[in-house]
Every structure is written in C-alpha cells, then in structure tokens.
Ligand binder design. Structure first.
Ligand code: NAD
Length: 285
C-alpha cells in the first residue's frame, strides 16, 4: 500500500508539527481540528516556522512554498474519506480519542490506516472501538516534531504486520528513525524517561540534593543535554504526573508510585514552564 494523502487530526503542538513534516516530505496533507481558531493557529504556526527556516537559510523560499502547497486546512472530519492514512493528535483523553476513531472507522475506506500519536493510552483499547483493529497503530512522535528524530511505532495486540511495515516505511519517508514497540503502559520512551524524572523528584523530596544539583548530576555526569527537573518543567508536571499514574495503575508495581512532591506541585498549579513555576521559575510564561 502506498501512502499519498494523509489527514492529521488536532492542530495543536504535536498535530501541527506532524502535518508540517508530512507536507515537507511531499505527502498531501489535510490538517483538521474541531476548533476553528485552533486550526487557524496551527496553520499559522507552520507558516511562521517555515518562514523562520527560510530566514535562517535552512530551507529555500521554493521549499517553503512547496510545503504549503501540500498542506490544506480541513473543517470537517469527513474529509478523511479519501485519505490513505489518518494520524490522530487530539487531546490525551480516551473518550475524545475513541469518539474520533469511531467516526473515522465510519467515514474512511476499510484499507485506510488509522494511527494515534497518544503518549500513554493503550493502542489496543483505541483499536477495539473500530472494525479494523489490524489497521490501527501507534505513531508516537517526539516534541518538537520537526526536530526530533524518533518515532515509536506501537503495535496494538491486533495490529497486522502489513500495517506495521507501511508505517515503518512512512516514518523513514519522513526522515525519521522508528523503533518497534509493543503496547504496554508508557510504551518504551515514557516507561524509561518518566521513572527517571520521578526518581529525580524523589532525590529532591528526600533531601539527597538540591534541584540545581540533581540537574547538574545528570547533565555533567551523564552528558544529558538537559537535567531531568528542567525537562520535567518543559514537558509539564501535570503530564509527568499523569503518565506516572498510567504506569503505576497499568503495571501495578509500587516502584512507579508518583512522588508526593510532584503531586503537591501539580495541586498547587505549579505545572512547569507553561504556568511560570515548576522546579524553576519562568518570567516569560
Ligand atoms: P494540544 O492541546 O496542543 O492540541 C490538541 C488539539 O486537539 C487542540 O488544538 C484541540 O482543539 C484539538 N481537539 C480536541 N478535541 C478534538 C476533536 N474531537 N477533534 C479534533 N480536534 C480536537 O495537545 P498536544 O500537546 O499537541 O498533544 C496531542 C497528542 O499528542 C496527545 O495525545 C498527547 O499525549 C500526544 N503527545 C504530546 C507530546 C507533547 O510533548 N506535547 C509528545 C508526544 C505525544
């Protein structure tokens, strides 16, 4: 099966990045969002990023124009009717995602592959609301999508080998490197990253070292580009807590219990960079 036309659903941070990368790689892309203002903002964000790349001579003006020529907004989910692939990147909520997948199952031809960019929800459960669980798959891009190399390709229980191969090839066509992952809580990336961040928070909570020193240990001692607490602020402490809860509940092991300090910060509204305060303070939030 050859992918030519793609719909990306959700024009937020991730969806707009995915749509940009797909259009830049020559696919015909429709970007859809149920919120008109969010859709326009997403389209403008892509234009702005491409213009910045032109200004920095990373791409030519023609490349920018070609990318935009491959990208169109869609105000109706039913426009997915002639797409070969749909990549869903709406908010991280099971009810919202399953409602989208049920509609997609009705409006798209049976060969259309339905992918989700979820960072934590079970692919198998999303696939189960459709009549084509063999053609449902996880395509977990990293943020920011145009910059990050990795795509976790997640096989649900019933995802077929054919679907997996098409998405693996598609990821390569986007200039990304994919890894094959099975459907377990947190997949691979968050299964490894989040417990490390949680442990860094425990180190602060138990007075092992200060916030700054915990970050220094991992930056200077392990050559991480960013300390785990800086990274947690960047991801959003609410997101970190949510994923730890998914791991704790899904794997049933007390080693995944979220640190009480993380819970306390989230209840106080200290969500990291986006709220102006997390483990660090941010003036420009
Ligand atoms: P976001 O809040 O920036 O964007 C979500 C968009 O979905 C919004 O524009 C919203 O209007 C739209 N939306 C909501 N319900 C919809 C519906 N029913 N139909 C169409 N559009 C709808 O969120 P985001 O950060 O881009 O995350 C999107 C997905 O990507 C989530 O599943 C998230 O877990 C996953 N993800 C996020 C990151 C990250 O770092 N932000 C990384 C990897 C994966």
């Amino acid at each position: 099966m050859k992918i030519k036309k793609i719909m990306v659903i959700g024009a937020g941070q991730m969806g707009s990045g995915i749509a940009q990368v797909c259009a830049q790689s020559g696919f015909n892309v429709l970007l859809h969002d149920s919120n008109k203002a969010a859709l326009e903002k997403g389209m403008n964000r892509i234009e702005g990023l491409l213009q910045r790349a032109v200004d920095k001579t990373r791409i030519t003006k023609t490349e920018k124009e070609n990318t935009l020529a491959h990208l169109n907004p869609s105000y109706d989910l039913r426009d997915a009717k002639d797409c070969d692939l749909v990549i869903e990147a709406v908010i991280e909520n099971m009810d919202v995602k399953t409602a989208v997948f049920q509609t997609l199952d009705e409006v798209t031809p049976e060969q259309t592959i339905l992918a989700t960019n979820t960072s934590s929800l079970p692919i198998t459960e999303i696939a189960a609301v459709t009549n084509r669980p063999d053609r449902v798959i996880g395509m977990h891009f990293m943020n920011p999508v145009p910059v990050m190399q990795l795509v976790e390709v997640i096989r649900g229980l019933q995802t077929s080998d054919g679907t997996y191969e098409v998405i693996k090839k598609m990821s390569e066509d986007l200039g990304k490197t994919s890894v094959e992952v099975n459907d377990f809580p947190g997949f691979a990336a968050n299964r490894i990253l989040m417990p490390m961040i949680n442990e860094a928070i425990y180190a602060v909570y138990e007075g092992v070292a200060s916030v700054e020193d915990v970050d220094k240990v991992m930056k200077l001692g392990m050559n991480h580009p960013m300390g785990p607490l800086t990274l947690a602020d960047f991801i959003g402490l609410d997101t970190c807590l949510y994923i730890m809860e998914v791991l704790h509940e899904g794997l049933g092991d007390s080693k995944y219990r979220p640190c009480p300090l993380l819970k306390k910060y989230v209840s106080a509204g200290w969500l990291g960079k986006k709220s102006g305060r997390g483990f660090y303070q941010y003036e420009d939030a």
